[in-house]
Design a protein around this ligand. Structure first.
Ligand code: ADP
Ligand code: ADP
Length: 228
């Protein structure tokens, strides 16, 4: 499970400047993603990377076309997809533990929740910080908590929007390897937006290069690096 088929997806936004045309964030975008693949999306700012991720997450719907997950059309968020953003987006008024448990509530998973929360707190190395608040954690630890929040409930697809963008180089390199370990352990499909070409090549099976408007060309590059 975790097979994604993106079929002729377009997304238009009304231009905030009403005298201008609609913004075509995506224009007939198609891509098939095999289960268990690690894909990176790269391309200039504004080319539609975040929009595509949000559509796969079901946080928004395409203007035309459709996205299927394991043959089922995506129309809203679901427990089969976990989402982590840049800057972690943790709730400042909730402890680490409660922030992560919120990932289950948000996706309507109640079964085994405490067990799952504990499993993922330990997995991302935050054991002992259950009762800490986000502001008491470093940036890397906040990003780990955000990752745990996306992983609770064992999604088949993990969606990462520049998860490491705000981190220093050292923390970033460590977390790259941690994310790869988690990916291998849980055998998920991962789709990650990044600005860092080296990161994309290091982490992915495939790098999808999206171009800026108006041409809207997409190129898929298969990466065949030996993995340890
Ligand atoms: P990227 O992630 O590649 O930087 P985005 O997907 O965020 O690009 O945005 C693609 C284009 O769509 C940009 O021109 C952006 O300004 C526009 N856009 C994104 N979301 C909205 C929105 N909710 N309303 C209007 N325009 C939007
Ligand atoms: P990113 O850097 O990941 O592309 P942005 O900072 O461009 O993210 O966008 C952050 C959020 O604001 C997104 O949820 C996007 O949908 C929304 N957004 C982006 N551009 C616009 C816009 N022109 N008008 C309204 N919302 C927008």
């Amino acid at each position: 499970v975790g097979q994604i088929s993106i079929q002729e997806v377009s997304k238009e936004f009304v231009n905030p400047d009403a005298s201008k045309e609609n913004i075509h964030a995506l224009n007939g975008f198609s891509l098939d993603i095999e289960p268990g693949t690690f894909i990176s999306l790269i391309g200039p700012s504004g080319c539609g990377k975040s929009t595509l991720l949000r559509l796969i997450g079901g946080l928004d719907n395409p203007s035309s076309g459709a996205i299927y997950l394991d043959g089922k059309k995506i129309e809203k968020p679901g427990s089969d997809r976990g989402f982590a953003f840049q800057g972690s987006n943790l709730f400042p008024w909730l402890t680490v533990e409660k922030n992560i448990a919120f990932g289950l509530k948000a996706r309507h998973i109640y079964k085994d929740s405490q067990k799952d929360v504990e499993e993922f707190i330990n997995l991302v190395g935050l054991g002992g910080f259950e009762k800490s608040y986000p502001h008491q954690l470093s940036g890397g630890m906040q990003q780990r908590a955000s990752l745990a929040r996306a992983l609770v409930g064992h999604p088949s697809v993990l969606l990462l929007d520049e998860p490491l963008g705000a981190l220093d180089a050292f923390t970033r390199m460590n977390l790259q390897d941690e994310i790869l370990d988690i990916w291998k352990k849980y055998n998920m499909t991962v789709i990650m937006v990044t600005h860092d070409v080296d990161e994309a090549i290091y982490m992915s099976d495939q790098v999808v290069v999206m171009s800026a408007r108006p041409s809207k060309v997409e190129i898929v590059i298969d990466i065949d690096l030996p993995r340890s």
